[in-house]
Design a protein around this ligand. Structure first.
Ligand SMILES: Cc1cc2nc3c(=O)[nH]c(=O)nc-3n(C[C@H](O)[C@H](O)[C@H](O)COP(=O)(O)OP(=O)(O)OC[C@H]3O[C@@H](n4cnc5c(N)ncnc54)[C@H](O)[C@@H]3O)c2cc1C
Length: 468
């Protein structure tokens, strides 16, 4: 779906752009589109919005782009609303979608508990974006198909964005929504070097690297397409996503005060899961409860323990929070039980023309795995070495978070600098804040952060004195 058609008339009619506050959104993945929706719905004053992304389609970025439109999201419909204050918005939209209604069994009255294909969620986001835009005749929107390579402060408190177009104007506010960075095909792969690999298996062999939802997605896509060869999954810590419960598990969490120390916190959570299961709840309910405490817990941990968490516990935390719909989980288990798919714990190394190097966990020597195909399904961290990130850090407009996973941000998406000050006028939403805010890479958290940013902008452009 391209965005060009939707905006061309609107931007041409923009003779008065120069007098409007100018907002730039860098990145048009889910976070960027969500920021645009929240701004159009919450900021009452007219403004000019400019959306930058070399990717011309509204695919929803990394998460929602899929080689197959039927790939399922692993979050239930009830948690995917993009409307603040209306948790049923996605469900309501699905109910009005005749094609979808016809495709699901009539016995399902509403869709709150089900998992739907990514493409459907992408269509819903696009629809809500178009609705918000058509309700705002007073704003202008422009789409730019170039990456932003640098941002500098200019003319006092305004910002100059550098892209291939030398004529970019100054912006009053910038929202960074660059997520996991530019798509991999924009980053050149190193040339593979020849590997002397012995063919150990007589039939086709594919290696999938990664531990998350993507690796399971890729595995099931291969099988659905009729691939019968051997598949090896290489996971650094050996964890794969766990299963959802049949219906959403309401959060439960002990009322006792949480301990301060990481090892004690882990013991506390394990005990809570055990107790919940004894009481007829599930460990998933405890994980859902934990998510409500995750931000204050993370804030309270000293940097040393955050590093410890990242090294030793993040993989297991991710495998329990990013869960698979039950049916997908059952397929994964049966794949592994059949032996046609093998999980190996260790580190993927250099690729060659006929395979790749692999260092098993606990071993100091590498072995070679022969494979016709190697697919990297690892989730990339935000790229702090990109030109844009380097410029923000060099200009003193942003700082790395304590773990250097992304930029230091607060819940309102403001960029936090060393010493506790914030950069007025630049926000970052979504995975860029993953080192500062647990779970900020998930749809519900991105939605609330986008509305928090929009609320801050509403205050900025529409001070209290103007309210009648
Ligand atoms: C496979 C997968 C499945 C997921 N499933 C779920 C799920 O079921 N439920 C859930 O809650 N979450 C899910 N997530 C997580 C969540 O949806 C994503 O974290 C979220 O969509 C991130 O979107 P984003 O727009 O911030 O980042 P991205 O998707 O990375 O998009 C960033 C965009 O910014 C652009 N960009 C980057 N750099 C520049 C630049 N310098 N200039 C201009 N443009 C730039 C890129 O081209 C890209 O289009 C999933 C994630 C993945 C990877």
């Amino acid at each position: 779906m391209t965005v060009q058609g939707l905006f061309s008339t609107r931007s041409k009619a923009a003779g008065r752009i120069s007098s409007l506050p100018r907002i730039a959104i860098v990145g048009r993945g889910f976070s960027g589109m969500m920021a645009a929706i929240a701004l159009m719905k919450s900021v009452r004053t007219p403004f000019h919005l400019q959306l930058f992304d070399p990717n011309s389609s509204v695919s929803g970025g990394e998460a929602l782009a899929s080689t197959r439109s039927s790939t399922i999201l692993n979050t239930r419909v009830r948690d995917l609303s993009v409307a603040t204050g209306n948790a049923d918005d996605f469900n309501d939209w699905l109910c009005t979608n005749a094609e979808f209604r016809a495709a699901v069994p009539a016995a399902i009255p509403g869709f709150r508990q089900i998992f739907v294909p990514k493409q459907l969620f992408s269509d819903y986001v696009y629809r809500r974006f178009a609705d918000a835009l058509s309700a705002r005749k007073d704003i202008t929107v422009q789409v730019c198909h170039e990456p932003v390579v640098a941002i500098r402060r200019s003319h006092g408190d305004r910002f100059l964005l550098e892209s291939a177009n030398p004529a970019n104007p100054l912006f009053d506010t910038v929202i960074l929504a660059t997520g996991y960075g530019l798509p991999a095909n924009d980053i050149p792969e190193p040339e593979p070097s020849p590997i002397r690999a012995q063919r150990l298996v007589a039939r086709p062999h594919t290696v999938l690297c990664g531990s998350g939802i993507r690796v399971v997605d890729q595995l099931l896509q291969l099988r659905d397409a009729g691939y019968t060869g051997q598949i090896t999954i290489i996971s650094k810590h050996g964890f794969l996503p766990q299963s959802h419960t049949p219906n959403s598990a309401d959060p439960v969490f002990p009322a006792d005060e949480l301990p301060q120390d990481l090892p004690d916190i882990v013991r506390f959570i394990r005990a809570a899961c055990r107790r919940a299961e004894e009481d007829g709840h599930s460990w998933q309910a405890v994980m859902n409860g934990l998510r409500k405490h995750a931000r204050s817990l993370w804030r309270s941990l000293p940097a040393r323990q955050k590093h410890q968490f990242n090294r030793h516990l993040r993989a297991i935390y991710d495998s329990h929070r990013n869960r698979l719909p039950e049916a997908m989980y059952a397929r994964l288990r049966s794949e592994l039980a059949d032996g046609n798919t093998v999980l190996r714990r260790g580190t993927a190394g250099r690729r060659g023309l006929s395979g790749m190097f692999f260092r098993p966990a606990g071993s100091s020597t590498e072995e070679v795995i022969h494979a016709e195909r190697i697919v990297d399904c690892r989730c990339r961290a935000p790229d702090l070495n990109s030109l844009l990130m380097r410029s923000l850090l060099a200009e003193g407009l942003a700082a790395r978070d304590e773990l250097s996973l992304g930029l230091a941000v607060n819940q309102r998406g403001e960029l936090c600098l060393e010493g506790g000050s914030i950069t007025d006028g630049i926000f970052a939403i979504g995975p860029l804040g993953l080192g500062s805010l647990p779970d900020i890479d998930l749809v519900p958290e991105i939605v609330s952060q986008a509305y928090a940013v929009a609320e801050a902008m509403e205050k900025r452009f529409y001070p209290r004195s103007k309210v009648v």
